[in-house]
Design a protein around this ligand. Structure first.
Ligand code: HSE
Length: 400
């Protein structure tokens, strides 16, 4: 079976490497030999064996009837969307790791694949090497998914873990993460939560079978989390994690990405460093958790190649994926109920008690001059209203 790879960056070169390294096993599992006929990239790679199969013109791939599967690992919406759409329309299956593309055009591309009896597969778009898309589509189908809670971004999880374990502040760890190559030079998509938001949009769209627009998901990043916040979290036997949460309550659906304080007994507490973890709650199954490398060359390539094997095994058959383009109306995040950890100046202790009523005080060694507490659960609106009478230094939602 002839395939083509669009993009020879980190993941693209990983895909070629995985196919070479595990060739025998992959051939056995796919039931056929999988051969990379073309790699598309704008760049040249002098001295790399890829030179022999490198093309710069996408049409060479689109026009070649021998190519049955196309791997799209270029990233970004354009031109990836145009290339993927054309491949599907021409009867070629596509496997992608591109979360921006899947979050924005997933429903439409799945519909084209269905009409053309090919497949559009995107296991690597969420959780890197962790199998989560296939379980949602094929294994957890007896359940109503009540909740998905995920640590969906490795970069921010690394930063928060370092802040928690070593007491560093955000800027120091971000710099270190950039030096180690975990964080991009422009880290905005990760640290502002946009990357996690797109991944949550994909997971909730699959869980509920309708389009969840990422623009509708309330998103907060981790840039306002301080070393002092971590000291308080530690004093609570807890840590701060950037969580993407999609939740169903009767006929209402909520989705939010925000940092949260979670206690030692929370299943995601031990998901540290660049790892990802996804906790799924089914109405019959209860909790099931997926853990592993959420990024990186070979883990991500492993998930892409697993999709290639699946596509090779399903030539002429569309693997059903429930994700209609009909929009899922999310309930306003202002209605979501949360407990909050709040820090105010020490002299506002009485004002805080008057505004919030019963609160649990939290003390952290080495942090003075302030009053910190955890509120009862309340709506976001109620919290905003009560906060007006005090000077909030910081506030973090609590999920203990
Ligand atoms: N920047 C992403 C992360 C890469 O840190 O998780 C994987 O999608």
């Amino acid at each position: 079976m002839e395939i083509a790879v669009l993009g020879y960056g980190t993941v693209g070169s990983g895909v070629v490497e995985v196919l070479n390294l595990n060739k025998e096993n992959i051939t056995r599992r796919a039931g056929k030999d999988i051969h990379v006929k073309y790699v598309l990239d704008l760049r040249d790679f002098p001295g790399d064996a890829v030179e022999e199969i490198l093309v710069h013109d996408f049409q060479v791939i689109a026009n070649d009837p021998e190519i049955e599967i196309v791997v799209e690992v270029m990233g970004g919406v354009r031109p990836a969307y145009d290339f993927v759409k054309e491949c599907l329309e021409r009867g070629k299956s596509v496997c992608t790791s591109n979360k921006e593309l899947v979050a924005k055009h997933g429903a439409e591309l799945l519909e084209i694949a269905k009409q053309k009896r090919v497949n559009f597969l995107f296991e690597a778009s969420v959780g890197g090497g962790i199998p989560i898309i296939r379980p949602l589509n094929q294994s957890l189908t007896a359940d109503e998914i009540m909740e998905i809670t995920g640590i969906l971004n490795g970069t921010t999880n690394y930063i928060l873990s370092q802040m928690h374990d070593y007491g560093y502040d955000f800027d120091t760890v971000l710099k270190k993460a950039q030096e180690l190559g975990y964080a991009e030079r422009n880290p905005e998509a990760d640290v502002e939560g946009y990357d996690a938001c797109r991944k949550l949009a994909i997971l909730t769209s699959l869980a509920y079978g309708k389009q969840v627009d990422y623009e509708d998901i309330y998103t907060e990043g981790i840039t306002k989390i301080t070393a002092e916040d971590m000291k308080y979290a530690d004093a609570m036997d807890a840590s701060v994690k950037l969580l993407g949460i999609g939740r169903r309550e009767d006929d209402k659906f909520f989705a939010m990405v925000a940092p949260r304080i979670i206690g030692k007994h929370h299943p995601l507490y031990s998901v540290n460093d660049v790892f990802n973890g996804i906790l799924v709650r089914g109405n019959m199954l209860g909790d099931v958790m997926f853990y592993g490398s959420g990024a990186g060359k070979l883990p991500t390539a492993s998930a892409v190649v697993a999709d290639v094997v699946d596509a090779a095994k399903h030539v002429g058959t569309n693997i059903m994926t429930l994700w209609s383009s009909k929009k899922l109306a999310l309930s306003s995040s202002t209605d979501a109920m949360n407990a909050f950890f709040v820090r105010v100046p020490a002299e506002e202790k009485d004002a805080a008690a008057a505004a919030f009523g019963t609160v649990r005080e939290v003390k952290a060694e080495g942090v003075d001059g302030e009053f910190a507490f955890v509120t009862e659960k309340m709506t976001e609106d109620a919290f905003a209203e009560k906060s007006r009478s005090v000077t909030v230094k910081n506030r973090i939602r609590v999920e203990i």
